[in-house]
Design a protein around this ligand. Structure first.
Ligand code: NAD
Ligand code: MG
Length: 388
């Protein structure tokens, strides 16, 4: 049997939780992948370590004050060092890789991902904010360029896996499962006192700071509803959220005959990362297996929309569409940043997002420039509110 050529991978956001786990997956499958591009925002030490180990063609460090250190550390190698935000977009457009793992956090991931699509590169998408901000434009560009967008987010990977072999069968609805985060069952009187350290303790997943806070507020599930709408071309009423604290069922698809398919496994991001990198192949691995005798009590519940109002705000943005999800996302990024700096209370994040959504002008059919503009305005307004 002929061996397939190595897939050339560019990891945008390689020093993060997803990026680092992707490198572990790649390392565990020698000969399958080659690492061509690694990028980091400011963690130059880890970027250097990763570069020395995986020997990419190019590294990008966004924080230009760190350029000298990276260049010096890689001086004896043939690795090219690029620096600055523009370099991120430039490298994304270069014909030096086959698949981009979009693992930058937040709005910062949008432009490089769009450039990669326009350059005809396959995308393994972890960065959900890209679709929340400009889903219509991103998916349209992918269709025009015939580029696959392979979901990495575990819920969307689950849905994608359930849809294999079902391409002609319409979806009746999807059921997005949610662990409920560290404050499941808590009420407002508890949440008012919650601090950064509590919010970063997720029961089932070990993730970057921003998504951990989003999981604690349930904003993450709201962002994922919007992400699902664009990935699977769904109407808001076809997307149901269900609390499932054990995180064994990663999500489900219900078809028009009432049949429901679920994708299951232990909560481990390496599985959806590996599935997206190797798609359409399933690679053998040594990840721990799920033993249902140990998980003999899978439970399901309705989310508490009154307590976790960020989820309700995201649903409002999902239903109204236009630039509202972009505004929601920008205000949320500022609010989470302020919360992580102990400048804003847990529940106050909701106020900032709500006020920003009310303030910034609504645009029903935004252009890409409108999205950039709305993002900037929303960020500015939210930053003024929290006095950043
Ligand atoms: P993280 O904070 O651990 O890592 C983020 C990465 O992005 C780092 O490499 C960082 O250097 C880079 N980065 C941050 N800001 C940047 C900027 N302004 N410009 C350029 N690079 C920048 O985040 P993470 O948890 O790995 O999450 C990455 C993305 O994947 C997020 O969009 C998140 O929602 C999504 N995701 C993560 C998980 C998870 O388990 N961690 C699960 C599902 C989806
Ligand atoms: Mg998820």
């Amino acid at each position: 049997m002929n061996e397939l050529p190595q897939k050339r991978i560019a990891i945008f956001g390689s020093t993060g939780s997803i990026g680092s786990q992707a490198l572990e997956v790649i390392e565990a499958h020698p000969g399958k992948f080659s690492v061509e591009v690694l990028t980091a925002n400011s963690n130059e030490e880890l970027l250097i370590k990763q570069a020395l180990k995986h020997n990419p063609n190019i590294v990008v460090i966004t924080d230009e004050t760190k350029t000298g250190k990276v260049k010096e550390a890689l001086a004896t190698t043939s690795i090219k060092v690029f620096a600055g935000e523009n370099a991120l977009q430039e490298v994304a457009s270069m014909d030096v890789y086959d698949l981009m793992l979009a693992a930058i956090v937040g709005y910062a991931g949008l432009k490089p991902t769009l450039n990669a699509i326009n350059a005809g590169k396959a995308i393994a998408l972890a960065n959900k904010e890209t679709l929340v901000v400009a889903g219509e434009i991103v998916m349209q560009a992918a269709i025009v360029k015939r580029v696959p967008i392979l979901p990495v987010d575990s819920e969307h990977s689950a849905i994608f896996q359930c849809l294999m072999g079902e391409m002609r069968n319409p979806i009746e609805k999807i059921i997005l499962t949610a662990s409920g985060g560290p404050f499941l069952g808590r009420k407002t009187n508890y949440l008012v006192n919650v601090k950064r350290e509590h919010a970063l303790q997720h029961p089932n997943w070990n993730m970057g700071a921003k998504i951990s806070v989003d999981s604690a507020t349930l904003m993450n599930k709201g962002l994922e509803m919007i992400e699902a709408k664009w990935l699977f071309n769904l109407k808001p009423e076809q997307i149901q959220v269900l609390i499932h604290p054990q995180s064994i069922i990663h999500s489900m698809v219900q078809f028009e005959d009432g049949s429901i398919k679920a994708q299951m496994g232990l909560p481990d991001m390496k599985l959806p990362i590996q599935y997206a990198l190797a798609f359409p192949e399933r690679l053998p691995n040594k990840f721990p297996r799920c033993d249902f005798r140990k998980y003999n009590n899978l439970t399901f519940d309705e989310p508490d929309y009154r307590t976790f109002q960020n989820l309700s705000l995201a649903i409002e943005a999902l239903k109204k569409g236009g630039n509202l999800p972009c505004i929601l996302n920008a205000a949320n990024e500022i609010a989470v940043y302020a919360f992580l700096k102990n400048r804003l209370g847990f529940l106050e994040m909701t106020d900032v997002i709500e006020k920003t959504m009310q303030k910034i002008s609504f645009i029903e059919k935004p252009s890409l420039d409108d999205y950039y503009q709305s993002d900037g305005e929303a960020r500015q307004y939210a930053a003024d509110l929290v006095q950043l």
